[in-house]
Design a protein around this ligand. Sequence first.
Ligand code: BMA
Length: 344
Amino acid sequence: MRGNNSVQRMKATVTNPVFAPEVWAPNFDRCEHLIERSAHNPVITAKDLPFPAECCFNSGAVRVGDEIVMILNCWDAEWVPHFLVARSRDGIHFDIGSRSIASPPKEYPYAGRREGIFDTRITTLEGWHYITYNVSSGLGGRIRLIRTRDFDQFEDMGFITSIDHRNCVIFPEQFDGLYARLERPNGEGSTGGDIYLSYSPDLIFWGRTELVLQKGTRYWESCKIGPGAPPVKTEAGWLTFYHGCRQHMNGIMYTAGVMLLDLKNPGRVIGKMRACLMWPEEEYEFRGNVPQVIFPTAAVQGGSDDELFVYYGAADSSICLAKASIGGLVQRCLADGPCLPGQP
Ligand code: BMA
């Protein structure tokens, strides 16, 4: 658990006073007992990869029996993206395969040096592990779907959104015979940056889209928000980690927030933390390809029934782990209320 000790530890290790959390993180105390960064962070960096690489980050993971299996997203020394299967028993030390299980489509407009594949998320559903990811192009990004039963053979299911979509997470259950996903159409300004829900009969064709949460409830999520990890089922509702972005004079800060969605009607927010759960504090979250980024992509069962292992990309450079209390997060979401725009 985090407490005053961790504040002192940070004060002791932080050399630049600008990084001291109390200077710019007034909500620090509100979240200290709800989530704890692993002392092993970052748990995976480019140095751990089986070939010369620039970086790895934003990678989905699921629990399969005693193992946590990750589809690790990395960029090699030529800045070509790869998805690698990585397995761990303790959630910290991963065996990383060298076979890339996906690559950018070869056809226009997805081929070319500017394009890439990134941000994997995994949902286990009806005996399959479904992997969603972004495919970027100069004409806008889209979401593509792969599935596997064993993380050995993979089936490409093609694109599952129209253009300019980001951040798609699939629920691990059906609702009245339909699959459901949270998604973030990209857009700019007033036309995008919010979280929506869509339904599908077959995971390919999606519709009945509805707004779930708008950006801008709080200052830390004022510029855009997006679903982070596939929702986790609890007795009280679907516990859903998302990222919240705040624009400042030097760019965008990515933080992590949490909301609780209705069990039967997952488009309804029944609880939401006011404070953001995590914001860049550690040096590995500040320094990297894109500074000030915490990007949650997976929340899997940890060492006890109440514990979640939350994986997140840090500064678009490494993969990190934080341990969270399910009960604590649910309680805080409900205590803070739906906390929607226009509500106190
Ligand atoms: C988002 C995604 C993420 C990335 C983030 C910060 O739009 O592209 O992959 O972590 O930007 O660069």
